[in-house]
Design a protein around this ligand. Structure first.
Ligand SMILES: [Zn+2]
Ligand SMILES: [Zn+2]
Length: 355
């Protein structure tokens, strides 16, 4: 695959179509200036870019991650797969024609967090967006090679899978564990998959959306509707009457975090993977936290889980989590499908269908 494969013969100076976010509920497909890579930058022909829960927050102008991002207009989208079109002089990690997926942020390498290896907390972290476009720029060190046999549709799950790998690490799931996953959006489904493949004997997934429950059941989870069955009761039933060893909350709401806290056994761990509203507050009994020895952990995507994430992309089972693909011209419709729980991951294909 050579550079410019997806350009449909356009000259390099021609504008590219992109999904431009102007402000809450105002996302337009527009022609924008074609990006040019600087010396340490990589130009990528975007094959697919997934709509993330955080993009939905951005679209609504609410929820986590919105307050620390620049206001519109800007091209959003960060779950990119594609083919390297061009590289700057200083780039050595990839070459034109390489199939890649991207880490959507870069770090300074100098601050106290970077020096500790906790790069996800970098004090001058720079967010790299712009994936809902025919082409996107990323920076040396943030493009990861996609294994040959992996289709670029699945490779667009590279970022969410890598986030989930880190969340799974934090859960320290014991072999034979009972795990509860609250919420079965794409991230919840991936968490359930990693838990099942990572030693859990029983994975319960609580999700009101029927399509998502069906996807969870397909990979071997016990899928329950929280409106019909109490997740805490089900976790206790499967967990020797005391509860789940680990619960992953993948919704980002107070109520679902409280469900996760109630569902774990004494000494259990709750990992909050979902992105909550910054103004939301939990009601938590410090006495119960003490008496029950609960571990409550936050989880922010981490650079060091990307290599392992690339290996998980070899798993064909992940394909079922991608349920919708839209051309860039229909980005508004795609966003509505994602908001209204279309099922699994909604992808934008800015250059049409790509193998
Ligand atoms: Zn994401
Ligand atoms: Zn730093």
């Amino acid at each position: 695959m050579g550079s410019g494969k997806f350009h449909r013969g356009l000259p390099q100076s021609a504008p590219v179509n992109a999904g431009v976010f102007y402000g809450p509920h105002d996302l337009r497909c527009e022609a924008v200036e074609r990006p040019r890579p600087g010396p340490d930058e990589i130009l990528i022909d975007v094959a697919y870019c997934g709509i993330c829960g955080s993009d939905i927050h951005t679209f609504h102008g609410s929820g986590g991650n919105v307050h620390n991002r620049p206001p519109g207009p800007r091209v959003i989208g960060h779950e990119v797969s594609g083919v390297v079109a061009a590289i700057g002089d200083q780039v050595t990690s990839v070459k034109p024609g390489d199939r890649v997926t991207c880490l959507p942020w870069m770090t300074c390498g100098k601050c106290p967090y970077c020096r500790r290896g906790a790069v996800n907390h970098c004090s001058s972290k720079r967010l790299l967006g712009g994936g809902f476009a025919e082409q996107v720029i990323t920076v040396e060190g943030t493009a990861f090679l996609v294994p040959d046999a992996v289709p670029l549709t699945r490779a667009a799950l590279g970022e969410p899978v890598s986030c989930c790998v880190w969340a799974h690490d934090l859960g320290q799931v014991p072999n034979g564990a009972v795990v509860l996953v609250v919420g079965a959006g794409t991230m919840g489904l991936i968490m359930a998959y990693l838990a099942l493949r990572g030693g859990a004997a029983t994975v319960i997934v609580s999700e009101p959306n029927e399509t998502r429950r069906a996807l969870a059941a397909t990979i071997g989870a016990i899928a329950i509707d929280p409106r019909q069955e109490d997740p805490i009761g089900v976790a206790r039933h499967h967990g020797d009457g005391v509860g789940a060893d680990v619960a992953f909350e993948v919704v980002g709401r107070t109520q679902t975090i409280e469900t996760a806290l109630g569902a774990v056994r004494n000494g259990g761990t709750v990992v909050v993977v979902g992105v909550a509203d910054p103004d939301a507050r939990l009601s938590l009994s410090p006495y119960e936290l003490y008496r029950r020895e609960i571990t409550l952990r936050g989880c922010l995507t981490r650079r060091n889980s990307f290599e392992r994430g690339m290996r998980w992309l070899r798993h064909e089972a992940l394909d079922s989590f991608v349920t919708h693909t839209f051309p860039i011209e229909r980005i508004g419709e795609a966003m509505q499908a994602a908001i209204h729980g279309a099922g699994g991951k909604v992808l934008i294909a800015p250059n049409g269908a790509v193998p």
